[in-house]
Design a binder for this molecule. Structure first.
Ligand SMILES: NC(=O)c1ccc[n+]([C@@H]2O[C@H](COP(=O)([O-])OP(=O)(O)OC[C@H]3O[C@@H](n4cnc5c(N)ncnc54)[C@H](O)[C@@H]3O)[C@@H](O)[C@H]2O)c1
Length: 275
């Protein structure tokens, strides 16, 4: 496939499904050679095969982001096979239902859930960046993109470890941009809102979806493709002057006053928006 990412080599983590798989597809459609990385070997092999059957240049790499030796080995193998690394999308996160069940408010939080969230969501992107950067810099630079979340910006009643680990990822992104910008590296984070990935579909009751949609400025909830398109933009030279940024991609969820929905209801009941 041809496009503005032709000749680029991209690694996308958590690419076995959801946002990662869709990002891999969009990068592939724009001409990049995409390495789909995930801890789930079967799933990522099948996903890469699917993209190849759609005409893309796609490979699979199964490794655990929490294991530095495995990350180093995978990066070396990718560099050896493809000759360069230009794009890294740090997208994987640890969010199994068991993890969600333990990652609660601070008093009821399991410390183990905290460690697991940080190991995958913050330490993992640090390790992949650490090992990919020398190859990216040797190739003239590249783009790191990190899947953060609105949970990394604002408080919530639950998922404490997830939110704190995403806050760490947001600032890791700025440190990467600061330290390697002069060597041609751009590092940007996206604060993803609620997106109907397979995981989000399966784990979110309709009542919760309704609350979330109420707080969106857009009429609909987001899709994996809405995120993938922004990642592809940040991966491309079109975004060359964006570095160290945090970009909300959330249908306006974090753009308004926290009281917006309450006021909308009050105004609807009063038949006027005059305060
Ligand atoms: N879906 C949403 O609404 C939403 C909202 C905000 C942020 N995000 C963020 O976007 C990203 C993708 O979301 P999603 O819903 O597609 O996620 P998902 O749960 O569907 O996929 C995450 C992938 O990461 C992989 N993974 C987990 N641990 C790993 C490890 N140790 N090593 C390698 N891979 C590992 C999983 O196997 C899985 O395939 C995540 O970082 C998530 O936090 C998603």
């Amino acid at each position: 496939m041809s496009g503005n990412l032709e000749g680029r080599v991209a690694i996308v983590t958590g690419a076995g499904q959801g946002i990662g798989l869709e990002t891999a597809r969009v990068l592939g459609e724009r001409g990049a050679k995409v390495v789909l990385a995930d801890i789930l070997a079967d799933r990522v092999e099948t996903a890469a095969e699917g993209l190849r059957s759609e005409g893309m240049l796609a490979d699979a790499a199964a490794f655990d982001l929490t294991d530095e030796g495995a990350v180093a080995q995978a990066v070396a193998a990718i560099a050896e096979r493809h000759g360069r690394i230009d794009i890294v999308h740090n997208n994987a996160a640890f969010q199994t239902s068991e993890q969600r069940g333990c990652d609660l408010d601070v008093i009821n939080l399991s410390a183990d859930a905290w460690d697991k969230a940080f190991a995958v969501n913050a330490r993992g992107p640090m390790l992949l960046s650490k090992h990919a950067l020398p190859i990216m810099i040797a190739g003239g630079g590249g783009s790191l993109i990190h899947s953060a979340s609105g949970f990394g910006l604002l408080g919530e009643m639950t998922l404490t470890s997830y939110g704190a680990s995403k806050a760490a990822l947001i600032n890791l992104s700025r440190f990467l941009a600061t330290q390697y910008g002069k060597q041609g590296i751009r590092s940007n984070a996206i604060a993803i809102g609620f997106v109907l990935s397979e995981t989000a579909e399966a784990t979110t009751p309709q009542a919760v979806k309704d609350i979330l949609l109420d707080h969106h400025l857009n009429p609909e909830l987001g899709s994996p493709r809405d995120i993938a398109n922004v990642v592809a933009f940040l991966a491309s030279d079109e975004s060359r002057f964006i570095n160290g940024a945090l970009i909300p991609v959330d249908g306006g969820f974090t753009a308004h006053q926290p009281t917006m929905v309450d006021f909308r209801r009050l105004f609807e009941a009063a038949g006027s928006n005059q305060l």
